[in-house]
Design a protein around this ligand. Structure first.
Ligand code: NAD
Length: 503
């Protein structure tokens, strides 16, 4: 394996501002639409690309290419398909640092956060190389005298992915490797806010030499989504993004067209701390959970719930969190010393500022004001924001209910674990929930009774590994089969049952 080379320079990985092209049938093609919008590096407020607002005609071309490539690709043996993925894995390792730097400049996250994201994406490719075993069916002899029965898995045809802005590299890779490993062909619509990471991926897939039409990419926004959902030849869609779009647009419209849909959506994650928690590792988990990725993770901690009436414990914990949070180094993510980058765009910062105002109007106590901060370096201040902490928050407040998607912590107190679990179960979202404790008994109760898809016991960010499903419940997930793991194999294959008798 080629070990990634780390570079600590501030040099931009994007040298030239270009109008991005779609990748269809193995070629880079200009969109049929003449409209394009700027892609901005939020740390510098500098234009780093222009993304086309592709239309239904572009989607039609991609579907045609993917349809035509399908019969041959499904007949390519699983072992041969997995060899393409082995080659892809090798070129991803060779380009590890550049991929990570592109992630930082288009999103704003720190370079180390980007490296973690790049690694997580590559792991999906690694797992999907096991497709000859993963895709096996099963059989039973003599279901009746002299009759055998078996189940085989087959690909369905063309699948598509609609991706969010916050993990521009990792999220599409939750799906693409499994879809193509199982013999389907693919169309990706990256987020139009962060389309450069995927442009890099497709350049690398082009280098690997996948047969034309197996992997396609169409940039754009709603027009592309609408064309994907309406197209009769797209068999299934993987969506990751906000709940209103996932539930009301993708799940409803896609399912009405008879498509397979998996829609991983928004979140409001609870982080519960028992009085027997070990303070130092709990505080460091809290810092990454609430403020990592500038709070723009579907698994970010949002509500911190301290259990019990021990004021001394509460004060020690919260003081430590505040002291650490006010020292976070805020700045340009390519600077290795920076711990928190900017929010993705000025309007996202405005939205978070709006929630801080709301929290104050609701009577919560802002004991760390993220509106006062210093930036390391001389950069335009359109997207930066410090960490905020609200205390005396109640579960009825808007700041305790809405997904803020920024570096804002709401602290609440409850009398016991029962009350904390009830709070989580009343919350419409169910993406993740974390418990910090030294008690195995309470941990088991939490795991057993809590309605959230991903549970952390003394773990702050519960991101499932590639060989487990990325779960989610309630308003955080719509569909039946999740991304990653065995669920991915099920989602991308049809089960066919064969019963055989020979005379
Ligand atoms: P978003 O819903 O705004 O956009 C997601 C995708 O949908 C984008 O490709 C976008 O172009 C498209 N889109 C947006 N509005 C649309 C509309 N009205 N009609 C059709 N298509 C539309 O989400 P985002 O802001 O890019 O991402 C952040 C959200 O994603 C957060 O809510 C976060 O919790 C969620 N998320 C969830 C997971 C998970 O696994 N559950 C993972 C990452 C992000």
């Amino acid at each position: 394996m080629v070990m990634p080379v780390r570079s600590s320079t501030l040099e931009e990985p994007i040298k030239e501002v270009k109008i991005l092209k779609n990748y269809i049938n193995g070629e880079w093609i200009s969109s049929k639409s003449e409209v394009s919008v700027d892609v901005i590096n939020p740390a510098l407020m500098k234009v780093i690309g222009r993304v086309p607002r592709s239309n239904a005609e572009d989607v039609e071309m991609a579907v045609k290419a993917a349809q035509e490539a399908f019969p041959r690709w499904r007949r390519t043996t699983p072992l041969a398909r997995s060899r393409y993925l082995f080659r892809l894995k090798a070129v991803l390792e060779e380009n590890f640092e550049e991929i990570s730097r592109i992630g930082t400049v288009e999103h704003g996250k720190t370079i180390d956060e980007s490296r973690g994201e790049t690694r997580r994406g590559i792991e999906q490719v690694e797992v999907a190389t096991g497709i000859p075993s993963l895709m096996m069916g099963y059989n039973l002899e003599d279901i009746s005298s002299g009759i055998d029965e078996y189940m085989i898995r087959q690909p369905l045809g063309v699948f598509a992915c609609i991706a969010p802005f916050n993990f521009p590299w990792m999220v599409p890779l939750w799906f693409i490797p499994y879809a193509i490993a199982t013999g389907n062909t693919y169309i990706l619509k990256p987020s139009s806010e962060t389309p450069l990471s995927m442009t890099k991926l497709y350049e690398l897939m082009d280098e690997v030499g996948f047969p034309p039409g197996v992997v396609n990419m169409v940039h754009g926004g709603r027009e592309v989504v609408s064309a994907i959902l309406k197209h009769p030849d797209i068999k299934g869609v993987s969506f990751v993004g906000s709940t209103p779009v996932g539930r009301d647009v993708v799940y409803k419209e896609g399912a009405a067209q008879g498509k397979r849909i998996q829609a991983q959506c928004g979140a409001k994650n609870y982080f519960i701390v028992m009085p027997d928690a070990v303070i130092d590792p709990t505080v460091s988990s809290i810092m990454t959970s609430f403020f990592g990725n500038t709070g723009q993770r579907c698994l970010s901690g949002a509500n911190l719930v301290v259990v019990g009436e021990d004021n001394e414990f509460y004060n020690r914990l919260v003081q430590k969190i505040k002291r650490t949070a006010e020292r976070i180094r805020i700045g340009y993510g390519l600077d290795e010393s920076v711990q928190m980058g900017p929010l993705r765009s000025p309007d996202k910062k405005e939205k978070v500022l709006g929630y801080i105002d709301t929290g104050l109007e609701e009577g919560a106590k802002l004991t760390l004001d993220g509106r006062e901060y210093e930036i390391v370096g001389d950069y335009p201040d359109d997207c930066y924001l410090g960490a905020s902490i609200f205390e005396e928050v109640t579960k009825e407040m808007v700041i305790a209910k809405d997904e803020i998607f920024g570096p804002v912590m709401s602290i609440m107190k409850v009398k016991d674990l029962e009350e904390a679990i009830n709070m989580i179960n009343e919350c419409p979202f169910g993406n993740s929930a974390m418990l910090f404790t030294s008690s195995g008994k309470l941990a088991r109760k939490f795991q057993y009774e809590t309605d959230a898809g991903n549970i952390g016991i003394n773990i702050g960010i519960v991101a499932p590994m590639a060989f487990f499903p990325f779960s989610g419940m309630k308003d955080s997930f719509f569909g039946d089969l999740h991304g990653q793991g065995r669920d991915a194999i099920e989602f991308f294959t049809e089960q066919k049952v064969v019963i055989v008798r020979w005379f």
